[in-house]
Design a protein around this ligand. Structure first.
Ligand code: TRH
Length: 374
């Protein structure tokens, strides 16, 4: 862990092209806020900022110190770019192409001003525990064409190991934003289970298992696709939720409240990438649904993650079923594993969390990379 001196304040341009879901904006917002918390100035260029209204209240109104949310389309306009200072770092999120007008404008300014350092250009990739992450992390790639021809981009791969780009740390104690979460005012002994997923085929099996051990359970269902999936199931008439299980549909939560929710639940169902990381920081047993890819590449991704987690056979089987790679009926002790989640399952997660806590987080590694190259 580094005990470095305060970071030199720098100006960052971070580019976010929203594909679907909340992961692109979620991760790049989290990075922007983390850098700002370390004294950096960030311009977050985004083509669809609508989710920030609930994810980061105040961000769109410019009330978040250190982060300015910018319209992607403005990056194309020289009239806008010419009013802006040159940044020290460019981050393209998940290989999105930085608008060509922006590159052309700033390449010209750097060409015109002798002695002005080029920005460090970083391509921030998706998170994975697969071996290619360590192989490719930090590799330079020359820009071969266009106005920035001759510049260099660097690949930055988030990951779970010391040889990767790391993870953005969410100290759980830092997560609560001061307000109690009303969803968490529950009767004593009630098991709280958060549900954030796509449309897993195993959803009926999972919901059907809850409360089987006789304990009361409260299922806290995330808005959007998760809520639609649960409503569709419960409204279908062909499924009955076990007694003892209450369902609560959540509104969109700010990211800090979402993180706090995971920390406060006894079991978390998470999806994509960013909520997986938050589930690890929360240190509670969880089941992860990987973002489904048409060529089933997410199966390799899932297995690599389970290897890194050092998950036992029961946890692996639950994950395979939740991701559609086997049927819940094929999973031995499905109900028992869920009921006992607080035991061995939880200790696997807390061990993994400790391994992560011993490493530098992603902003520290990113700042270090920038310091070394610029
Ligand atoms: O929304 P996701 O499924 O995002 C996915 C993946 O990131 C995937 O890799 C990407 O290719 C695809 O989007 C386009 O799941 P993820 O990654 O967990 O992101 C969810 C974000 O939303 C996370 O930052 C937490 C945040 N969130 C809130 O802030 N409040 C909420 O109420 C909810 C439900 C989520």
């Amino acid at each position: 862990m580094s005990t470095a001196a305060p970071d030199r304040p720098r100006l960052w341009d971070i580019f976010c092209h929203v594909i679907d879901n909340f992961g692109d904006v979620g991760l790049l917002w989290r990075l922007s806020a983390a850098l700002a918390a370390r004294g950096q100035q960030v311009r977050l260029w985004i083509d669809d900022a609508s989710a920030l209204a609930w994810m980061a209240p105040g961000a769109l109104a410019g009330e978040w110190p250190g982060v300015r949310v910018m319209a992607w389309t403005d990056a194309e306009h020289a009239s806008v770019c010419s009013t802006l200072p040159c940044a020290d770092v460019w981050i393209e999120g998940f290989g999105c192409d930085i608008p060509s007008g922006f590159v052309a404008h700033f390449a010209q300014r750097w060409g015109d001003q002798a002695g002005l350092a080029q920005p460090m250009w970083v391509n921030l990739e998706y998170l994975s525990a697969e071996a290619y992450v360590e192989r490719n992390h930090g590799l330079p790639s020359p820009v071969l064409s266009g106005p920035a021809r001759g510049w260099t981009k660097y690949f930055f791969y988030p990951g779970f190991t010391a040889g990767s780009g790391g993870l953005i740390r969410n100290a759980v104690e830092r997560a609560a934003d001061g307000r109690p979460n009303p969803s968490l005012v529950n009767a004593d002994g009630e098991r709280r289970i958060s549900l954030f997923c796509y449309e897993p085929e195993a959803l009926p099996a999972l919901l059907g298992s809850l409360g089987q051990d006789g304990r009361a359970a409260r299922l806290l269902v995330a808005h959007g696709r998760t809520t639609h999936a649960v409503r569709r199931l419960l409204d279908s008439g062909g499924f009955r939720l076990p007694g003892h299980v209450q369902v609560e549909y959540l509104p969109p939560l700010s990211q800090t409240r979402f993180d706090a929710l995971l920390a406060d639940c006894d079991l978390n169902m998470v999806r994509g990438e960013d909520s997986l990381v938050q589930a690890l920081w929360a240190g509670k047993p969880f089941i992860w649904q990987a973002y489904p890819q048409s060529d089933a590449a997410h199966r390799t991704k899932l297995e690599a993650f389970l290897d890194w987690l050092q998950a036992d056979a029961a946890v692996r089987e639950m994950h395979r079923a939740w991701n559609g790679f086997c049927q819940p009926a094929e999973v031995p002790h499905w109900n028992q594993t869920l009921a006992d989640a607080d035991g061995r399952w939880k200790s696997q997660v807390t061990d993994a969390r400790l391994r992560l806590m011993a490493q530098d987080d992603l902003p520290t590694r990113l700042l270090k990379t920038v310091n070394e190259n610029r």
